[in-house]
Design a protein around this ligand. Structure first.
Ligand SMILES: *Cc1c(COP(=O)(O)O)cnc(C)c1O
Length: 425
């Protein structure tokens, strides 16, 4: 693992060209790979040798970029997926089958909530949602004998709650299951959850990592620390032979460091094919090379906007974890002292209609479903991303009807604040 600081990892980790090789990450725009003998290829199919045979499972460009993200998070193995949705689905489905149970923070991205609460329930996996602010006793009470993982978002989109890693990790570990965290919003530039007991990290790379609104993608990184064999009865998929791979036992053959990602690649990528295109992986790498520079400006803009809104009589409330006085300020200072993210949410005084009126008047912030790219944008979750949720479910996600999510881009700070001040009237 590279010992560099995060800024150097953003630029240098993953691809290290040898003498005479391309300086830029090459795009392996090829579905397939050529071998001299069938025996060579057979070794790949048996996972006896590592290499590439078909891009539905693995591609060299993707692996170089995944290796960079793994280095940035301080993990041992990583993989790219076609989207953040695919990353979260794979991270859970890799260790939970029909009849199993997952504990998730209730304060998560609407798409993830729907994936868990609707689609994965149909697959026979049960979910219990707990508040990120729950007590240790409440968290403890959510565990069942068939619980296989605990899930949360480091900074939740769009509620901007910050999860207490140590509280959730120690409960998960006391029950012999991993703690999985979606680290999309702070990115490893601002927060590295593995340093606080998290076992597996997921990302929607569509957001800050790409950073330019050009490529949908996801990633999964393994800390390499969760001991599957020590809890072998809970994770038979990793600790007993896989008949679809000639009796390989992932946790034995690939160890703690490699078992999770190898299984997710060999089984889930093979069967679901949610691969990121190598071209998108290339765009993602371009974004990663400047992530550390961009996050500073996103955060500075968000802080200025949050401070302005806090002093504005037109704002009913402001959520920004790095803002002194925020409900999550102390947790944010503990886990992400150098900054959180570029997203600020606030409640427009006057309710739902006032929120919609405010958004119409903005000139720089554009109305988009997206967040976290170079251009500032905003969204009214209650009428868009969270439309399918009931009022009770909205409350559970921490999303009020008048809440507007402001994603601060890379523009000039005063221009952004002036745009909001003008639209609030
Ligand atoms: C956007 C987002 C996702 C889903 O990612 P896609 O790339 O859109 O599939 C998951 N988690 C969080 C925190 C997100 O912001």
């Amino acid at each position: 693992m590279d010992k560099w600081n995060i800024e150097t990892k953003c630029v240098q980790s993953g691809y290290r060209p040898q003498n005479g090789e391309p300086r830029e990450v090459p795009i392996y725009q090829s579905t397939t790979f050529k071998y001299d003998t069938s025996a060579d290829m057979a070794k790949l199919f048996d996972l006896e040798a590592s290499g590439y045979f078909y891009t539905r499972l693995q591609n060299p460009t993707n692996d170089l970029v995944a290796a960079k993200i793994a280095a940035m998070e301080g993990g041992t193995a990583g993989m790219l997926t076609s989207s953040g949705q695919a990353a979260n689905f794979f991270a859970i489905f890799n260790i939970a089958n029909a009849g199993d149970h997952i504990i998730s923070s209730s304060s998560i991205y609407g798409g993830t909530f729907n994936l868990f609460n609707v689609t994965m329930r149909k697959m026979g996996i049960e979910f219990t949602f707990v508040s990120p602010d729950c007590t240790e006793e409440e968290l403890e009470a959510a565990f069942r004998p068939n619980t296989k993982a605990v899930f949360g978002e480091s900074i939740a989109n769009p509620a901007l709650t910050v999860i207490d890693f140590e509280k959730f990790a120690s409960a998960a570990h006391a029950h012999g299951v991993p703690f999985i965290v979606d680290n999309t919003f702070p990115t490893p530039v601002n927060c590295r959850p593995f340093e606080f007991g998290v076992d597996i990290i997921t990302h929607s790379t569509t957001k800050y990592m790409d950073g330019h609104g050009s490529a949908v993608g996801g990633a999964i990184v393994d800390s390499g620390r969760f001991d599957w064999m020590a809890h072998a009865d809970k994770f038979p998929g990793l600790t007993t032979p896989d008949d679809s791979y000639h009796g390989i036992t992932y946790a034995e053959k690939f160890g703690k460091e490699g078992a999770f990602i190898t299984k997710a690649t060999a089984q889930l990528m093979r069967d679901f094919g949610s691969i990121q295109s190598p071209q998108n992986a290339y765009y993602l790498n371009l974004g990663l090379e400047s992530l550390h520079v961009r996050m500073k400006q996103h955060c500075a803009n968000a802080m200025a906007l949050a401070e302005f809104l806090k002093s504005s009589p037109k704002a009913e409330f402001v959520n920004y974890p790095s803002l002194p006085g925020d409900k999550y300020y102390d947790v944010a200072m503990k886990y992400m002292p150098n900054g959180s993210c570029g997203v600020v949410s606030f409640g427009v005084k006057g309710g739902r209609a006032a929120a919609e009126e405010f958004m119409k008047k903005l000139r720089i912030f554009a109305i988009e479903t997206h967040v976290a790219d170079a251009r500032s944008c905003c969204l009214h979750p209650a009428s868009s991303t969270h439309r399918q949720l009931t009022d009770e479910e909205l409350d559970a996600c921490g999303v009020a009807g008048n809440l507007v999510r402001m994603s601060c881009g890379l523009e000039n700070t005063e221009d952004l604040v002036a745009d909001v001040a003008n639209a609030l009237g």
